[in-house]
Design a protein around this ligand. Sequence first.
Ligand code: ADP
Length: 662
Amino acid sequence: MSKQTLSFQAEVAQLLHLVTHSLYSNKEIFLRELISNASDACDKLRFEAINDGGLYENDTDLQVKVTFDKDAKTLTITDNGIGMSAQEAIDHLGTIAKSGTKDFVSKLSGDQKADSQLIGQFGVGFYSGFIVADKITVESRRAGMKTTEGVRWVSGGAGDFEVETIDRAQRGTSVTLHLREDSMDYASAWKVKSIINKYSDHISLPILMEKEEWKDGELIDPNDEKGGRQPGGMVKTGTWETVNKASAIWTRAKKDITPEQYDEFYKQISHDMEAPLAYTHNRVEGSTEFTQLLYIPGKAPFDLYNREKSAGVKLYVKRVFIMDDAEALLPTYLRFVKGVLDSADLPLNVSRELLQESRDVKAIREGCTKRVLGMLEDLAKNDKLPDAAASAEGVTDVLSAEEKAEAEKNAGKYTKFYKEFGAVLKEGLGEDFANKDRIAKLLRFASSISDAVSVSFADYKARMKEGQEAIYYITADTLAAAKNSPQLEVFKKKGIEVLLMTDRVDEWALNYVHEFDGTPLQSVAKGAVDLGKLQDEAEKKALDEAAETFKPLLAKLKEALKDKAEDVRVTTRLVDSPACLVVQDHGMSTQLARMLKQAGQTAPDVKPVLEVNAEHPLVKKLDGSVHFNDLAHILFDQALLAEGGMPADPAAYVKRVNALLV
Ligand code: ADP
């Protein structure tokens, strides 16, 4: 192939522009990204070579070399991994294969700070080289291909790139960064080493740099910051040294790993710029042996709700990387977890199909699920600072300074987690029957007495009124709609707390939880209100009487609304509102039906029950009104509006109201 110039995919061009403009404050990450690509390329070679040893071409010492040339102003990262064919270079370095790229690019706002956060999550990878380089040259040859089938790829990071075929004896890839004037400090051994130290110590491959020594150097003052040597300067010696620890972090003993190193590893695998909320690192021995290093991120990725998105856990078998989207390793509702699993028992050539069926994988999955739930329980337990009042009373021991610092470090983490991932966790209620109770304990809600999403079922139970027999809840599209729902009126009047559920997944998830710790859950919008012992005799009697006196009116209403309402009855659940809609005990809620329809799915046409407040002046006036029919429909449509719904015929509704106003 002779030299040709090709354009970047539109999204790449856009991304490149942003990379060079937004990531400026965190320049040095480019080295982590490029070394990580080099390391992935070696992992891929090792994996493909399981079935085809010839790919090694008699060179099995996989490694990454980092060199620089001050005069040429270049920094080069070379690996002897899988390499790229010309077509692969065009495809992989000119387009972004990741699903959701378009979505991602469309979310970028142009606000540098916000964008750099987003870009961090997306993982800029190779393109980050353009933060420090105004030109990048990639030379590569794919393992197993002829030496005449090498490729050179060159780009200035604007709209296009050049590719051509070259001779290349060496297998693998070198990426040469032509450093920008303001990034020349990366052409220094000391600087590069310190970055590798910070970001890439745990890469399991050796990272090599050429040793340097002082030419004619004479020690003048060792404390001088320039090293105090003669001007001959540092010269390369032609020998190489390994500059990283080169042992995969998860294979090292916990006591030898600092929290900072754990955090760094997380940032590397997750592309997150923030530290994780929690991690767990264990070697599990038993019928199946594996090592797990799992993290809970503090921030949701932009594609969290894409259930098809690749899982965040990488699978290794005896330190050989196998795949990085092994969804069989963790249930879907824990897809936010990042980390590494290294199994000692699975075969190296394990396929996806085999993973699905493997008993070892099942054990790993259960083990990991338990660990993650355990981490979340710990976060939840430590979310609040120990109560000052309680400790003053001597109820809790007075904390030592260390314990206090620890408590402060952990406070608020669960709240943060829940804000980002609570809705996803709820999917587990329907997905993970075995752990349903543990998941239910981890849920938090807003309630009629707390706007903050912080009320657990246990908190609720502890506050239940004497004689209260159910945990009451309401689902709605927004917190405001839930809080102001007419259905809540009687509960407010009696001071009974109601949980407010506003996540889309709530309706669905609640199908799987009927009780908590022996107390049934009861929607305040389903079935007739039964406040049980909370209702006194007088109220019950009043209701019975109203039902009797209103019988003829109810029959007329039922007739007028026969296309809209399943039934019409009087209720005690309302205080200020004239009417509300409820569904039959086991019916699908109107909110769920609405959601299904919005999603383009067929939902059964649930006709709700209209409940009217016998005490309300509007209801009292109904009987004998010449506008009976209009009022009946207005009553119904208003009840629909009050719960966030929409009248079937909004124009007719407006007409009726206007007619009455006039
Ligand atoms: P990511 O690594 O997240 O896929 P990058 O933009 O960093 O995204 O890289 C894009 C693709 O280019 C990689 O998936 C890989 O196929 C290819 N690539 C990048 N660097 C190398 C390398 N050193 N050796 C072989 N292939 C590479």
